[in-house]
Structures are given as structure tokens and as C-alpha cells.
Design a protein around this ligand. Structure first.
Ligand code: AGP
Length: 616
């Protein structure tokens, strides 16, 4: 049987004056959200390479390293996420060549790996894992006539696919050679050495001044710095970035889990998203967008492309952009976008939404749209990530690092950023009166306080969570922007509680899904006051009549909805109903969190998931 292995991983490398191991382990801890089914390190020491790698979370590797004396000052480390194939010790990175004198780590997919492995075997190489990565180690071995860098270049010339790799050789201590195509790679120089990683977070302990390595570049890192060249060997430059923000922000700050901390960070995160983007009088300022206003006035159609939670935020944006600008908006799951031949031209605006800025499906959708000359605008949380770098303009959410795999604060800040963008489009195109725009902006500035009040629903949510933690199915229903809220509520619950949950447009329920309702099935209804409120109440009655246990998310003080539901969770009212999903998200996130806790699940690292999905 042929097994396809697909990786989405975190990589680190260090060369310096101090032992490499502590730097690498610290870096891997910060990267573990990228993948956590195995981890490993390789250190160049005493003319050999020492490798320790283990299936399981990083703590398994940490235990294996207890009492391990490692003084080598050059090494590489890896944390892995696989979609197919065993997450076992053999498949864990680093991988070596036949001699064990070359070790490699890799993030990405080598598309021609089966062909390479067959050829290498015919040439007498002994492959010991099922991975694509190992093939590169052997390719480097066969090309090793000069130095490591030259062999890496020759090996990569035979490889198709996506990669960021880092390689060490026992014969060239004090050197890590790394290269990149599509998958991210960053280097930074600190007082005691030079580091590389797949994410700036891993480099924060040594520096905030970093350089993104660009596609088809090779970087050699040594204790005193680094040198970037192209795959062909010409001198090259990466893209410099300065990472701002608080290092403590990546730690749990007193909360049990990152997810809970991130839920509670939402008032501050939404405030940061709005900061400096609106002026007194409600004028939106978007100098950072790099789109000229004439082009914006010529736009005749908008596409929103995104995946998962970002898609749900995009669905809210569709309602907002259409309502405020009167432009037609299509929303598309990014992985489907380019396969259906969408009609795009230079007057089309494509809005890509991706907190990580690295989701490959969204990146490829952006690339497809670019080829059709559409204007690309990205809403992202990650400065300098791949999707923003390939876009005409970027609006950063400024939510701060989100470590929990389940998106929470990035959902509410995505909607906030998208709605600010919608208002800006309306302002430039003259589709809203300045006064109307000013009123919405004013209310947006009240959102942090409304979210803070919504967080007070946690005790009520906890009681409900105890009830539904043992159910088999949970349905979420909503209308208008309550519909994307329902989709997101169901996704959150699925991701971390592993209960079967579905979100439906409440009016669609009677066209089939209502067959799922039987005595006691929990139905979470988004029933806050809005123009479709009465309709949602009717839908609640429909499921109630068939035995559902209705939990309604309602506007504070709404006694009418409370009469029809079995229990209610109150949230503060937003005068503008298009802003409501930013507030109603809070009880839904807390519900998923509390149910997952009752069920004893790891909420930060749910099974089978990874934070940044860099494979198609
Ligand atoms: C959300 O909880 C999920 N982890 C997932 O759906 C995520 O939103 C999706 O993979 C898109 O990620 P992005 O925003 O980084 O592109």
C-alpha cells in the first residue's frame, strides 16, 4: 500500500556560542501549535550528529532528553503534523542520509517524492521512514561532492513541491543550510548566535529584528550571521521585519488554557483592531491599504475567499459589504475557488481572510485571482506572512498571537477588520452618508465593552455545558448574520469537544435537517433582537414542538424569547445588527470551551488539527 505523507510542521535551527539544545527546545515549544504528533532534534557534536526524536507531543521528547548532556552549538529541531501515515518515531524528523552524517528537517510536501524514493533505492540508498523528507537527505548525500550548500542546491533542483528545509552535516559543524519554497522561513541574529524558524515567535527570545527568506532562496546560518543566496547561487536579500508586541503575550497569563485566555482577550483585541483606523466624525483612515481610490470606485464585484472560521467571518462581511456598499459579494471556500473558473477581472476586488496568512488554500486562491488581474486585499493577523505579501493591500487584525488551535479572538477581530473595510469601501464609493457611517463607527468603538459584558455569561454557559456534554448531536440555527454565527458555533464545538454539531440557516431547517430533531436534542438558537427576530422565534417553536432542548442566545432582558426556550444566554444588544456576531460569538466560544472541559479534552491542541494549514 502506498502511503501519502503530508506535513505541516514547525522548524528551528541554531548556530552560536552556546549549546544549541535549550534554544531549540524553547523555539519548538513556541511552534508546537504548528504540529504536535512527533518532535525531534539533531545536534552536531564531536564530529557526529546526535539525533533524538519521538512520536507524541513535545513533552515526550523533553522526557527523552532528561539527563542528556549536549554541548553542541549547532542544531536543528522539528515538531510535526501529519495527515496520513503513522506518527511514529521513524517518521519523526530529523531524517538522515545512509551515513547518518547529514540530517534534515522539513515543512511542506515534496510532490515527486515517490519517484525520488524509487530512484534512490535503485541507486542503493536505504530509506528508513515513509516520509518524503528523507528522500532529500539521500539526494543531498548523492550530490555531496563539494560542500553542503552546493549539495543542497543540487538536491533541490530535483525536487518539486513546497518546502522549508534546514540541513546540518557532521563534516561542516557550525553551519545550518536552509532553503524555502512556499512554506515560511525566517532568520534572526541575536547576541549569542543565529536562529532560523518557520515562525517569528520562535525567534523572539533572541531578537525582534528578523528576515523572511523568500521563495527559492537558500540561507546559510553561522554563529556570526547569515548569508542569503538564490537556489542558483547568486547573492540575494530577504525581507526585513521588526516584530512588535509583548513576549508574555505568548504565555498563558494565569488562564488554564490559551483558548480561554484568548477568549478573554477579545475586548482588547477588538480595540486594537480599531485603533487609529477611525477619526473623530467617523471617517475611516486606511492609508495602509495601498489601493488607490479611483480603483476602488471602479470595483464592480467582490469575492471573499477564506477557510474555516475565517470563512464564517467572511460570510458576515458579505452581508455588511452588500448592505453598506451595494456591491455584489460572492463568498467562496478558498479550496474550491480556483477549481470552478470564477469570473474575475481588474475591476474585481478579492478579499482574502486568513489569520495565519499561511493557509495554502487561501494563498492559492489569491494567486489564481492575481493571474486574472483582480485586486487583492487581505485581512490577516500575521505581519509579513505569505498571503499579505502576495496581496495589493493588507489590513492587519492586530489580535496578538493566537496559540489555541480553535480560532476565537481572530474570529471577532476578523469581523471587526472586515466591517471597517466595508465602511471604508462605502465611504470611498459614497454609498453611505457620512452621518450613517459615523454612527456605525461610534458603535464599533463600544464593542470592546459589549464583549466584556458578554463574557459575564460564563456561569450560565457552564450550567448548559454540563447538560449537553453527553449528547450525540447539537444543532445551531440562526438567520441573517445569525447564520454565520451558528456555523461558527457548530465548528467550535466540533473542533474541541468532538461532538457532532451542525450550523443551519434557521429557515432551511424544515427542508430536511428537522428530521434530526428528537426528544432532548440540543438546538442552540441565535435569537438576538434583529429584523428577523420573529422568524427565528417561529423556527424555535418548530423544533420545540418536536422535542428539542432549545438554548437561545438572546438580547439582554428579552423575556419574549425566554418564553419559548428551555434556557437562555443573554448578550448585550448592538444597535446595528451587522455588528451582533462579534458579541454573540462569545457565548458560543465559551460553550464549546466548557463542553470540551467537561469531556476532558485538550482544548488548545485538539486531535487531528493544526493551527496553520499549509497543505492543500
Ligand atoms: C478555526 O478554529 C480553525 N482552526 C480553522 O477553521 C481556521 O480558521 C482555518 O484553518 C483558516 O485559518 P486561517 O485564518 O489561518 O487562514
Amino acid at each position: 500500500m502506498r502511503v501519502t505523507l503530508i506535513f505541516m510542521c514547525g522548524i528551528v535551527g541554531y548556530v552560536g556560542e552556546e549549546p544549541a539544545l535549550p534554544f531549540m527546545m524553547d523555539g519548538l515549544k513556541r511552534l508546537e501549535y504548528r504540529g504536535y504528533d512527533s518532535a525531534g532534534i539533531a545536534v552536531v557534536e564531536n564530529g557526529a550528529i546526535e539525533i533524538v526524536k519521538k512520536a507524541g507531543k513535545l513533552e515526550v521528547l523533553e522526557k527523552a532528553l532528561v539527563g542528556h548532556e549536549s554541548t553542541g552549538t549547532c542544531g536543528i529541531g522539528h515538531t510535526r503534523w501529519a495527515t496520513h501515515g503513522g506518527p511514529n518515531d521513524a517518521n519523526a524528523h530529523p531524517h538522515t542520509d545512509c551515513s547518518g552524517r547529514i540530517a534534515i528537517i522539513h515543512n511542506g510536501i515534496i510532490e515527486n517524492f515517490l519517484e525520488l524514493r524509487d530512484r534512490l533505492r535503485e541507486d542503493g540508498h536505504e530509506l528508513r521512514s515513509e516520509t518524503d523528507t528523507e528522500a532529500i537527505a539521500h539526494l543531498i548525500e548523492s550530490e555531496m561532492v563539494g560542500n553542503l550548500t552546493a549539495a543542497v542546491r543540487k538536491a533541490l533542483a530535483q525536487v518539486t513541491g513546497a518546502f522549508s528545509i534546514a540541513v546540518v552535516s557532521a563534516d561542516e559543524p557550525g553551519l545550518v543550510v536552509a532553503a524555502k519554497r512556499t512554506s515560511p522561513l525566517i532568520v534572526g541574529v541575536g547576541a549569542g548566535g543565529t536562529m532560523l524558524a518557520s515562525d517569528p515567535t520562535a525567534l523572539l527570545p533572541i531578537t525582534r529584528e528578523m528576515v523572511h527568506i523568500l521563495d527559492d532562496q537558500v540561507v546559510e546560518i553561522r554563529a556570526d550571521g547569515y548569508r542569503i543566496t538564490t537556489l542558483e547561487g547568486a547573492d540575494a536579500e530577504g525581507q526585513a521585519i521588526t516584530v512588535e508586541g509583548d513576549l508574555v503575550a505568548v504565555e498563558k497569563g494565569g488562564y488554564d488554557d490559551f483558548m480561554l485566555k484568548e477568549i478573554y482577550e477579545q475586548p482588547a483585541a477588538v480595540r486594537d483592531t480599531l485603533r487609529g483606523r477611525t477619526h473623530d466624525g467617523g471617517r475611516i483612515v486606511m492609508d495602509e491599504l495601498r489601493l488607490n481610490e479611483r480603483d476602488v470606485r471602479n470595483i464592480d464585484k467582490v469575492f471573499v475567499v477564506a477557510c474555516g472560521t475565517a470563512f464564517h467571518a467572511g460570510l458576515v462581511a458579505k452581508y455588511a459589504i452588500e448592505h453598506w456598499t451595494r456591491l455584489p459579494v460572492e463568498i467562496e471556500i478558498a479550496s474550491e475557488f480556483r477549481y470552478r473558473d470564477p469570473i474575475l477581472d481588474r475591476d474585481t476586488l478579492v478579499v482574502a481572510v486568513s489569520q495565519s496568512g499561511e493557509t495554502i488554500d487561501t494563498l492559492e486562491a489569491v494567486r489564481h485571482a492575481r493571474e486574472q488581474h483582480a485586486k487583492i486585499l487581505t485581512v490577516s493577523n500575521t505581519v509579513g506572512s505569505s498571503i499579505p505579501r502576495e496581496s495589493d493591500g493588507v489590513l492587519y487584525m492586530r489580535a496578538g498571537p493566537e496559540i489555541g488551535v480553535a480560532a476565537t479572538k481572530t474570529f471577532t477581530t476578523q469581523i471587526t477588520a472586515l466591517e471597517i473595510l466595508a465602511l471604508w469601501l462605502a465611504q470611498v464609493r459614497g454609498s453611505l452618508y457620512a452621518k450613517e457611517c459615523a454612527e456605525i463607527v461610534e458603535e464599533m468603538h463600544r464593542l470592546p465593552e459589549l464583549i466584556r459584558r458578554a463574557l459575564e455569561c460564563r456561569p450560565a454557559v457552564k450550567r448548559i455545558a454540563d447538560d449537553i456534554a453527553s449528547c450525540r448531536d447539537v444543532l445551531f440555527i440562526g438567520r441573517h448574520v445569525g447564520y454565520p454565527s451558528a456555523l461558527e458555533g457548530a465548528l467550535k464545538l466540533k473542533e474541541i469537544s468532538y461532538l457532532h454539531a451542525e450550523g443551519y440557516a434557521a429557515g432551511e431547517l424544515k427542508h430536511g435537517p428537522i428530521a434530526l430533531i428528537e426528544e432532548g436534542v440540543p438546538v442552540i438558537a441565535i435569537a438576538n433582537r434583529c429584523h428577523v427576530y420573529e422568524k427565528v422565534i417561529s423556527n424555535i417553536q418548530e423544533v420545540k414542538a418536536r422535542g428539542a432542548n432549545v438554548i437561545a442566545v438572546v438580547t439582554e432582558g428579552d423575556t419574549e424569547a425566554a418564553r419559548h426556550a428551555d434556557s437562555v444566554i443573554e448578550v448585550p444588544e448592538t444597535e446595528n445588527e451587522l455588528l451582533a456576531p462579534i458579541v454573540t460569538a462569545v457565548p458560543l466560544q465559551l460553550l464549546a470551551y466548557e463542553v470540551a472541559k467537561v469531556r476532558g479534552n485538550d482544548v488548545d491542541q485538539p486531535r487531528n488539527l493544526a493551527k496553520s494549514v499549509t497543505v492543500e
